[in-house]
Design a protein around this ligand. Structure first.
Ligand SMILES: Nc1nc2c(ncn2[C@@H]2O[C@H](COP(=O)(O)OP(=O)(O)OP(=O)(O)O)[C@@H](O)[C@H]2O)c(=O)[nH]1
Ligand SMILES: [Mg+2]
Length: 295
């Protein structure tokens, strides 16, 4: 049996989490059109009779000066070491830049590197060969596979290529495990995903979601109470919206997804709090669970 770990790294918004969700066949990580959606290392595990791939999703590389961002970048760099394979996701639909190539060469280390050139469904066809040549110029790249997670293109080819590079050994996880994250973690993330989708500019990036209560009642209904922590009083007003309309929409949208995820009815309550500039305060970052200590 082939089995091993695969760090999935790349620029923020490249499509890493989308690709893992599609390959694993379940939503293990939230996705949004905004950069810096993923903040933690999240495992997504695909097991068949012949192989087990343990994907390690990471926060995308992004230029930002907050302490939280520094922690996220560290998580990504640390994850890229000490794995059997690196899967570098590169969104080249606007062309592959020198910065992309620099980033790619900076993560090349002892493990083989496969580049998934993502979003080919929105990439002008004529650009594909040129992009491939550019990526191939980086030393240490073992394979380049053009894919579209959205359209499911070349996913099988990508998986079989990954398997080729994994060691022959027993499974690392039981076959029924798809993620290392708890239901509690995922419901908080689902709410954060809806905030990312509904709100713009700095607001969603400055939001953390904290679980106060997560309980399955005897009637089967989940009672969930979450805090939405934001950075400024005026952000709180925007999140709540006129007569609470924005928060109502966010909650309704999130509850729907939570019910799908948990397979049960959800009673959701949320409360918006302000913690000034928490993204620059180490103690709060830790309190909110963003730490690379476990890596
Ligand atoms: N057209 C197209 N869009 C895609 C594809 N894959 C992902 N996207 C979109 O790209 C955006 C970013 O996707 P994510 O999966 O959140 O990207 P990520 O690399 O995990 O981003 P971070 O977590 O911020 O680092 C979302 O709006 C996705 O719907 C694809 O194959 N084609
Ligand atoms: Mg992500």
């Amino acid at each position: 049996m082939k089995s091993g770990t695969v760090a999935v790294v790349g620029r923020a918004n490249a499509g890493k989490s989308t690709l893992i969700n599609v390959i694993v066949g379940e939503k293990v990580a939230i996705v949004s059109p905004k950069p810096q959606t993923t903040r933690d290392r999240i495992l997504g595990i695909l097991t068949t009779d012949d192989y087990q791939i343990v994907f390690e999703d990471t926060p995308g590389f992004y230029k930002s000066t907050t302490e939280l961002n520094k922690k996220m970048q560290k998580t990504a760099r640390k994850t890229a070491k000490d794995v059997d394979l690196v899967l570098f996701v590169l969104d080249g639909h606007d062309g592959v830049s020198d910065d992309d190539l620099k980033l790619l060469s900076s993560i090349v280390n002892d493990a083989p590197v496969i580049v998934a050139m993502s979003k080919i469904d929105i990439m002008p066809k004529d650009n594909i060969p040129e992009n491939l040549v550019k990526i191939a110029s980086v030393e240490g790249v073992s394979e380049i596979i053009p894919v579209s997670a959205r359209k499911g293109r070349n996913i099988k080819e990508l998986v079989s290529t990954i398997v080729k590079y994994l060691p022959t050994q027993d499974k690392l996880f039981k076959e029924d495990i798809v993620s290392d994250k708890s239901e509690k973690f995922m419901v908080a993330e689902i709410l954060r995903e809806k905030i990312l989708l509904k709100l713009d500019k700095e607001i969603p990036h400055g939001v953390a979601v904290i679980v106060n209560a997560f309980e399955k009642k005897r009637n089967g209904v989940y009672d969930i109470n979450l805090d939405i922590v934001c950075e400024k009083l005026n952000h709180k007003a925007i999140i709540i919206g006129k007569q609470g309309q924005m928060l109502k929409e966010i909650n309704a949208f999130a509850r729907q997804d939570m019910e799908k995820f948990l397979g049960a009815k959800v009673f959701l309550t949320t409360f918006v709090k302000v913690k000034e500039n928490w993204r620059d305060k180490g103690a709060l970052i830790k309190e909110f669970g963003y730490t690379d200590d476990a890596l």
